[in-house]
Design a protein around this ligand. Structure first.
Ligand code: AOF
Ligand code: ZN
Length: 349
């Protein structure tokens, strides 16, 4: 690792400390270095609160303040150029007369999108872009997918038996163990929304909330084109924000919204557009097979988390979806009899 990469690595560590507190903003960390010594550190801690660079400058001790103008600011995202909830960080770095700014990646949010870098350079600051860029893009993959592809980041999740079945046709089957189920609730707490298709909603009558982990429950999204889900089912009955995506009616009632889409071959695109326009940055899709496979076939997925109970043979049932263009990551691990594998979709040139 180069020296720049080492300081940027520290920025990424700091950025990660904001997880769970800054969404839909990105996780950002910053380090201020003078002559080989870190004189300030900060990260974006809370949505609506100061950005990483500002917290980093605020941490500089009084005796080091006269060194700021001879220092390098390392930051894991392009400093912002807009007046949002806080003033532009690029302006602040210019006022502080920081000598050099090292950035991991460009901010694809339309109000910034290169303007921060342009401002810094126009003020005569030496800017280096692209240090640990891949890692920085990975850390904020939901944010970047949302802004670059105009759709939420899509995570597919299913549990399958050792012989590749995800359940029976008519009834719910327990496949993963209690520890994996807790992990799934943690995953739920980390995403903006959770989504299932009609059959899963009707057969499983899921609650789709986060009961076994800390933190919030995601917004629930269910596809129910012909409004077949009984009103007594959890998804319609529970006091929890829910979108019912359908082809018959558009209305808002309490914390439920019925979103009406056209029943054509652009249905999934329309659905993702509807979520995007409502600011949903990520969606965890928990089934069933039909919805999962249609997202895979349309290449509308980013990450898949598959739990395989290696000790369970069902012999028959609903076959697991088949991934395409998937790369298995080394984030895979084993939990008792459950093997948990994480895949990313790779784009073919
Ligand atoms: C930075 N440093 O630490 C972060 C940035 O509403 P605001 O004012 O908080 O602005 C949010 C936007 O600012 C967000 O969408 C992203 O583009 C950028 N986030 N920028 O310079 C930071 N968190
Ligand atoms: Zn900023």
């Amino acid at each position: 690792m180069t020296i720049d990469e080492q300081y940027m690595q520290r920025c990424l560590q700091l950025a990660a400390l904001g997880a769970g507190h800054v969404a839909p903003n990105p996780l950002v960390g910053a380090v201020l270095v003078h002559d080989g010594r870190i004189i300030g550190e900060g990260y974006h801690q809370q949505y609506g609160q100061p950005h990483a660079e500002v917290n980093c400058l605020a941490s500089v001790q009084p005796q080091d303040q006269q060194l700021i103008a001879e220092s390098t600011m390392y930051v894991s995202l392009e400093p912002c150029a807009h007046f949002g909830k806080t003033p532009p960080c690029a302006d602040r770095l210019i006022t502080e007369k920081v000598k050099r700014v090292v950035i991991a990646c460009r901010d694809s949010y339309a109000a910034v999108d290169g303007k921060g870098i342009t401002k810094l350079q126009a003020a005569g600051i030496d800017v280096t872009l692209g240090v640990l860029e891949k890692e920085a893009l990975q850390l904020n993959r939901r944010f970047f997918t949302y802004h670059q592809q105009q759709r939420p980041y899509i995570l597919l999740k299913w549990a399958q038996s050792a012989d590749g079945y995800i359940g029976e046709t008519e009834k719910q089957v327990a496949i993963s163990n209690a520890i994996s189920n807790r992990l799934v609730h943690r995953w739920r707490s980390e995403e903006a929304a959770i989504m299932v298709g009609t059959n899963t909603a009707i057969i499983d009558n899921p609650k789709l909330n986060n009961r076994y982990w800390f933190g919030p429950s995601p917004l629930r999204v269910v596809i129910d084109k012909q409004l077949r889900i009984p009103a007594t089912h959890h998804l319609l009955k529970d006091e929890q924000p829910t979108f019912i995506v359908n082809c018959l009616l558009q209305k808002v009632q309490g914390n439920k919204e019925w979103i009406q889409l056209k029943d054509d071959h652009h249905f999934l695109r329309q659905l993702l557009q509807a979520l995007h326009s409502r600011g949903i940055q990520s969606v965890l899709v928990e089934g069933g097979r039909q919805l999962l496979q249609s997202l895979i076939d349309a290449q509308l997925w980013d990450e898949a988390r598959i739990i395989t109970n290696t000790a369970l043979l069902l012999g028959h049932g609903v076959a697991a979806p088949t991934l395409k263009n998937a790369t298995r990551t080394d984030a895979s691990f084993q939990q008792e009899k459950d093997s948990i594998q994480i895949f990313y979709r790779h784009t073919t040139a």
